[in-house]
Write a new protein. Sequence first.
Length: 457
Amino acid sequence: MDKIKQYIEQNKQRFLDELFDLIRIPSISAEEQHKQDMYRVQEYWRDLLLKSGVDKAEIHETDGHPLTYAEKIIDPKLPTILVYGHADVMPVDPLDLWESDPFEPVIRDGKIYARGADDDKGQSMIQAKAFETVLKSGLLNVNVKFVIEGEEEIGSAALAKWMEQNKELLKADYILVSDTGMIAKDIPSITVGLRGLSYVEVKVTGPNRDLHSGIFGGTVANPANILAKMIAQLHDEKNRINIPGFYDDVIEYPEEIRKKINQAPFDEEEFKRSLGVEELWGEEDYTPIERTGIRPTLDVNGMWSGYTGQGAKTIIPSTAHAKISMRLVPNQSSQKITKLFVEYFKKIAPKSVKVDIQVLHGGEPYVCPVDLPAYKAAELAYTEVFGREPIPQYSGGSIPIISTFEKILGIKSILMGFGLEEDRIHAPNENFPVDLFYKGIETVAKFYIHFDKIVNK
């Protein structure tokens, strides 16, 4: 057994215990009542990284939630890897759909069930324990820095400003991130593309108060009905987004590249079965893999209006609301798309209602070249641990801060994710396979070994 495997084997239970203690902190960044938990979780990260072997670890205040910065400088002349992760998690609602307490991790059928088990406490812990493994095995020959933020799930608004103020502190050659996924448990992949994001909340207002639906029905516009009609106008009959100019900057990939993208294993019947749907939906002339990787989308994330309590209350509601997200592809600008959405949505509104639009947050798309030394090191690490080369993958998800890293720090990110589609991130019963947790630690540890051989030879 090599040193890496041996160290992991000797410390398996401790690694898992440390992850469970981290998960038990309900660090929900979106909810005000968990403000103190955002400090508790960073205190945990600070202490954990110090125990793992960094030279220093400190909590930094930001305009929002705090973050943890840590570093291990082997030799200032050596290359530096900046590890990024996030300590915050999504809200747990609806709580009644969880089979166990979301903040009391349990293992069932070889999987860790808890909020953050995958996104991103499990995967960030992979990074921390991989660093510790290489360091304590006497094999670390690069400098390593850590940034563990507390606002990724709400847009990372404060991190950009903090980065601008700490460019010198964050100087590095590459950023290493585990916050993405693999195609399948036995099919490793490296995410080379992330979609950007434009996220808005719309409010449609009709009368100045809720009205009796019998007395006023048929004479006053119902904001809920109007909002539904407006949302229906956002897509055409081919499921393309109707907003003028939306596709102007979208890259149309040549046929040979589309063929490569579609080489990733995909069983449409199993996919439908796993989701409980009889038919898939999406933009015509593109495969499901293309729709979730290289094509932009627009989705309603939530809608509410009027009376939703038990029993009947016959009213015409005064207002109706919706949260809408647009996933963007390389070459699209979140600011431009947001502006186009606002203009179009207000244009299609009838005079019988007023429309207000709040821009919540956004982020730019990201692409990673596959010829970078750090990418090659990641490719070799996956191949060694999983026994097959990883497939480059365009992810449907967004990590807005990744493009911000490139803009502010001028360096590329390598996205070494280990999550699976069935991990239920952001949903009740989020989970993460225990064996992938350990395989992830081994893979990232091997990344450091291969990176050292490539850049320091």
